[in-house]
Design a protein around this ligand. Structure first.
Ligand code: ATP
Length: 261
């Protein structure tokens, strides 16, 4: 019996075309797609601009409602409008999430927010969980009293990661989360994410333009093109033996990144 954590079944999204007379035409941002992810595994989503990666991420976190399909977590269907249920189990980290931390709050207040909103823990329990979570992401308990501007870019990304894991989610979506870090910080962050994945059994969905990162980090990959799935399979198989001409083009355009890792 496989250890399937997240099941995506026939999920699709179309938008009304605002530029079209009477709005009768639709843009199919994502054609119906299905996939599974197991705990401890990483699925990378790649594709050129406009291929539907962000749309898929928005559907997974519940920021958009699907046109068709549904999502199951541990066999249970996630209700489209139930944000509390969704945001406890599926969290997202963006490219510049470090820079969007509220500058007027201390790190303790920033990490306390999701706990107050989503749990019944008392003040002492929340305090202890904040301490533990900061240590998990390689920061110190004393950092609780600091403000975001007192940290470097890489440390701010760790604070965003702490905010993402503090509710003990099962799935984390990394939307170009590693793109703005320099190569050495990026490797540290990847190692930290892999450690947390081991410890917590997390499943990651990695949205990235960088096939070097995809190769290093992911077990499986999905190639999207104009809202359609071109390929879905083991990352090593697809990178070594791409079947579709658009996948081949993507790999050729990044052979430099792939050679340098
Ligand atoms: N709110 C919206 N209304 C109308 N069309 C939209 C909306 N959001 C996305 N689209 C369209 O859906 C398609 C997929 O967009 P999406 O942002 O998911 O692509 P992407 O792969 O994430 O691109 P990028 O790499 O640039 O972020 C595009 O054609 C886009 O124009």
């Amino acid at each position: 019996m496989s250890n399937v954590l997240l099941q995506v079944v026939n999920l699709s999204k179309s938008y009304k075309d605002k530029n079209y007379w009477l709005n009768r035409r639709c843009i199919n941002a994502l054609e119906p797609l299905s996939f599974n992810i197991e705990a401890h595994k990483t699925l990378a989503i790649v594709g050129e601009t406009g291929s539907g990666k962000s749309t898929l991420a928005k559907l997974l976190v519940g920021a958009e409602l699907p046109s068709t399909g549904h999502i199951r977590l541990n066999g249970q269907t996630l209700e489209p409008g139930n944000f509390k249920q969704r945001c406890q189990h599926i969290r997202m980290i963006f490219q510049d999430s470090g820079t969007t931390l509220n500058p007027s709050l201390t790190i303790e207040q920033l990490l306390d927010e999701p706990l107050q909103l989503n749990t019944d823990l008392d003040e002492l329990e929340r305090y202890q969980l904040i301490r533990e979570t900061l240590q998990k992401v390689g920061l110190l308990a004393e950092h609780m009293n600091f403000y975001p501007h007192m940290f470097s870019g890489g440390q701010k990304q760790r604070i965003s990661l702490a905010r993402a894991i503090i509710l003990q989610p099962q799935v984390i979506i990394l939307d170009e989360a590693l793109a703005s870090l320099d190569p050495s910080l990026r490797s540290q962050m990847i190692n930290l994410l892999l450690d947390l994945q081991q410890q917590m059994g997390l499943a990651f969905i990695l949205i990235s333009h960088n096939l070097g990162i995809v190769r290093h980090f992911s077990d499986e990959m999905m190639v999207l093109y104009k809202g359609k799935v071109l390929e879905l399979g083991k990352t090593t198989d697809i990178l070594q033996n791409p079947q579709h001409k658009h996948t081949k083009k993507l790999i050729m355009s990044q052979r430099f990144q792939l050679l340098n890792r």
